[in-house]
Each structure stands twice: as C-alpha cells, then as structure tokens.
Write a protein that binds this ligand. Structure first.
Ligand code: DO4
Ligand code: MG
Length: 287
C-alpha cells in the first residue's frame, strides 16, 4: 500500500492512497489525533488505519489532477554512506586525504551515518534540487530510503536523492556537512510504500536517469541487493543513543555514481525510479 501527500486543484493538502486506478483521499477527521501523513505512519497499524480512513464518498482522483508533495512532516532526514562497493571506490578516488577512511568504513561494523536534512531543505516531486554555487562537481545520489517511526521501527520506504558536492567532500572529509547539507539538498517522494511484510531486496532495482537539453545524459541502475549492509542494521545504528521523537527518514547510501567527468548543470532533470515505489523527478538549479 502506498500513501502520498498531495495538493488538490483547490489548494488543499490531503493524504491519499495511491492505487493503479488513481488516488483515494483519506478522511483524516474520522480519528482524533490523526491529522497529517506522519500520524498514520506512526500509528500502531498504518495499513489498517489507512484502509479505515479511505473516504467512501470521494471517488478516485486522477494522478495528473494533483501535485505530489514531499511525504515529510516534522521528521529529521539522515543518511548512511559507503554502503555499496561503487560508493567506496568513488569516494577513495575523489579524496586523496580521506581515502583510507572510506575504505575502513565500508567494512567496519559501525556504518557512516550523517544528518542530511531538515524538512525545509527537502524538495518534493517536481521541485528543484540544488547544486551549490561554490561546487564545480556535483551529482545526485539515488537512494532507497527508510521511513522510521519514533519507536525507530521501519514503517515504510520511499525514494531519496542525496545531492552531493563531490569536489567539496573530496577536498577534505571534514567538509562533508557542507558537501551534503544546504538549501534544496535532498529530494524525497513521490510516496511512501508501507512496510507490511518482509522486503525482497533481490526484487528491488534503483535506476537513475539524468536528462540535459531534452536528451538523456546518463542512465544507470543497481539492484538493492548490492548493498553491503542490511536495512534493519542501518536503522539500528541510527537509533543508538539517538531519540527520534518526530520519526525520521534514513537514506541508505548510493550504489550509483556517475563517471568522474560528469557534473550536474542548471536545468538538468534527475529521475530516480525504485521498484514498487515509483519515480521521483526533480529539475536541477544552480545560481
Ligand atoms: O562518505 C560520504 C558520503 C557517502 C554517501 O553519501 C553514499 O555513499 O551514499
Ligand atoms: Mg549518499
């Protein structure tokens, strides 16, 4: 089951069930204390609650009649890094000074985890993601993303784009927060696939397509199963000594890194597709 936050033609923001036949709006007035998407995600039984909230009076709405918004409310956004061999190799190449750190973290029991964004830095579907004006080498990082409730349980999955300035990170690993965290540094959406059973990682593919001037400039894909770590392992490390009272999103690292001569440009379009979730597309801005 997939849930989305959408803006209707009349400007109202609603939570909806995303189905093949269209969107079913949820009637949030029916249950006290349930107002926004994360109230459903953090409830004891998100799937049961979402089914209960379907508004029987509202017929299905066509997907192209609404605007999908980032599926975030007050959650923090965290990210794990160097969880795929491809990321380890790319990082070691870009950073003379920090190469051994990336090598070590790939095999160490403790993963790399960093604070990626707060809600105001997140772009939803169709909203711009940003390349820093002081970066000459930036890429999108297409990442399978966990949705955690305040009890630190995985309650859903979405698509994340961990926009990254490779030159800033490569110059000195201590610049990582500036390479990763800035205005419009993170894409999330278009919806949340509720975790209502075990996830078959073998069946999930992550694909990145970048368009420039109307033509395809880059395309690559990776199976989620190429990830070195387990998803619950990453969630557990994030939650150690670290409360998440508003819940959290956890991007789980990139297995796709464009070649070293590729950098995003103003006007590019980044599309990330993940099996079972959908496609997140964002235009790129650079001032
Ligand atoms: O070590 C830097 C960040 C790594 C990262 O974001 C990734 O592997 O996805
Ligand atoms: Mg990343």
């Amino acid at each position: 089951m997939k849930l989305a936050k959408v803006r209707l033609a009349d400007g109202k923001v609603r939570v909806a069930l995303v189905e093949d036949k269209g969107l079913q709006l949820l009637d949030m007035e029916q249950v006290t204390g349930i107002r926004v998407l994360s109230d459903i995600l953090h409830a004891p039984d998100p799937v049961g609650l979402a089914k209960f909230l379907v508004d029987p009076k509202a017929g299905p709405i066509k997907i192209n009649e609404v605007t999908f918004l980032a599926p975030i409310d007050r959650q923090e956004v965290w990210a794990a890094g160097v969880t795929y061999k491809r990321s380890q190799i790319a990082r070691m190449e870009e950073s003379e000074a920090g190469a051994s750190h990336y090598d070590k973290v790939y095999t160490a029991p403790r993963p790399e985890i960093f604070l990626k964004a707060t809600p105001h830095r997140v772009s939803g579907p169709g909203e711009p993601v940003r390349v820093r004006a002081d970066s000459g080498w930036s890429v999108p990082e297409p990442e399978f993303t966990l949705v955690l409730n305040p009890a630190k349980q995985i309650v859903g999955y979405t698509i994340g784009n961990d926009m990254s300035a490779r030159d800033i990170e490569g110059e000195n690993p201590l610049y990582l927060p500036q390479a990763k965290v800035y205005n419009q540094c993170c894409g999330l959406g278009p919806c949340i696939l509720l975790a209502d059973g075990p996830l078959n990682k073998e069946a999930v593919t992550i694909e990145l397509v970048i368009h420039r001037n109307g033509a395809e400039a880059y395309r690559a894909s990776t199976p989620l199963s190429q990830m070195k770590r387990e998803l619950p392992e990453l969630a557990e490390w994030l939650g150690k000594e670290n409360d998440l009272p508003a819940g959290a999103f956890l991007l789980t690292g990139t297995g796709i890194v464009p070649p070293d001569n590729f950098t995003l440009e103003n006007g590019d379009s980044v599309s990330i597709s993940i099996t079972g979730i959908g496609t997140l597309t964002n235009p790129v801005v650079k001032d």
